[in-house]
Ligand binder design. Sequence first.
Ligand SMILES: [Zn+2]
Length: 103
Amino acid sequence: MQVKKCERCGHGINITKPNEIQEIKCSHCNREYIITSKTKYMGFAIVIISIFIFSFFATAISTLLNISAYTLLLPLIALSFFMFNWSLYLLAKFNKVDYKTIS
Ligand SMILES: [Zn+2]
């Protein structure tokens, strides 16, 4: 997926995995870019909203199956560490990720 056109040479910069999204490098001229803080906030917002939705379902499932909600919330916390990159990946699909040059 192309996330940016290089500002120096116009070469398209592609990523294949969500964990590559925060810092990118032009394969043509080696200029490096990092996501802007605005993009980071948008990523965090998506993570927080997702956690609210997931915890709602976790609570509902735990009531239905009669197990502790904490048992379901623990994997959720672990998952949230990966969710940030996934949120950014999702934003990139909608062209909402901005980069700035690392100087
Ligand atoms: Zn370049």
